[in-house]
Design a protein around this ligand. Sequence first.
Ligand code: FEO
Length: 400
Amino acid sequence: MHNTVAVHNDLFYIGGNDRRISLFESAYPVPRGVSYNSYLLLDEKTVLFDTVDLAVSEVFFDNLAFLLKDRPLDCVVIHHMEPDHSDSFARLLEKYPNVRVIANQKTAQMLSNYYGFDSSRAHVVKEGDTFSSGKHTLRFVFAPMVHWPEVMFTYDETSQTLFSADAFGTFGALGGSIFADEVNFERDWLDDARRYYLNIVGKYGVQVQNALKKAAGLKISAVCPLHGPVWRKDFDRFLAKYSVWSGYQPEEKGVVVFYASVYGHTQNAAEILATELVKAGVKQVKTYDVSVTHVSELLSEAFRYSHAVFAATTYNNAIFPSMENLLRELQSHGFKNRKFAVIENGSWAAQSGGLMQAILTAMPNVTQIGEKATVLSAVNANSRASLEALAGEIAKDFLA
Ligand code: FEO
């Protein structure tokens, strides 16, 4: 049964929510589910903006049929080809065989690759092209690598609505309200928005900044992303977060302590350091066991704060695997502009510290505070003293 929401007089939300999915993109836990957004413009021509994942295609097609009534579907604009948005495309063509497919050249090719679409029948658009649906003029703004190369936005010049593809999306299913101004976004959504951005799009900060520059010149009354709430008010606050995230700058001053511990001794060392940091006046300290917390959350927290401590035991002459995984994820997402410190543990050949240092110092503008602290099996008076000294150096840098 249909379940639609009006965004403007003639623009409607027709997407759906999946709360049963455990791993989005087979990679990211989504305990609050995820929404797949799609929008329908009922102008002189009817224009659909993107389809949805198959998981929510039933309500999507019910919504589409309900709003179209006996009108044809004239056009579909495909902003992003990733199957969480295009999976219902083939079925859409079966149901609405005469629909005009508006896409850029890369998208048309991908539609062909994925769904056997005859790309010669696409209405191919270029950067800055416009399309009139009647009262509305739609302008196409390319946003390559936000998050795939074919991604484009549409700016509706008439209603000043930006269809932003994955940009400004979040994990989390919508419920009750689809609007950011009708939920407590800072309290209930921001952590998921950060985790979504940094894990999914975070690698492409330069391309996101390019897209933000294009968006900065637009008057915007609403932003309609492909996941999460629609923005009508206070969008500048969210835009400012995107500017910080895509600029790889810390969002907050704080120290996040990550540890990988087998029998609890490295945990003990990490927690001693965390306690000493607070005693030294560092107010924002958070501690995570990297073997327990999902790496997508760890990555998000590492990017959030100005300082990070990495404490790991040595395992098979290397870094404990869950810590190595976190470091590789940081590396592949372009981690930079941070301060870090290292604690290593080893019962007969402590090596993890040097190996962690090598990975971290190879990242741009990632600088080490102090010398690595070494624990031999369990914390003793000597290693406790080195942890206290390291905490003092971190606090000095932090409070400077
Ligand atoms: Fe929501 Fe890149 O797909």
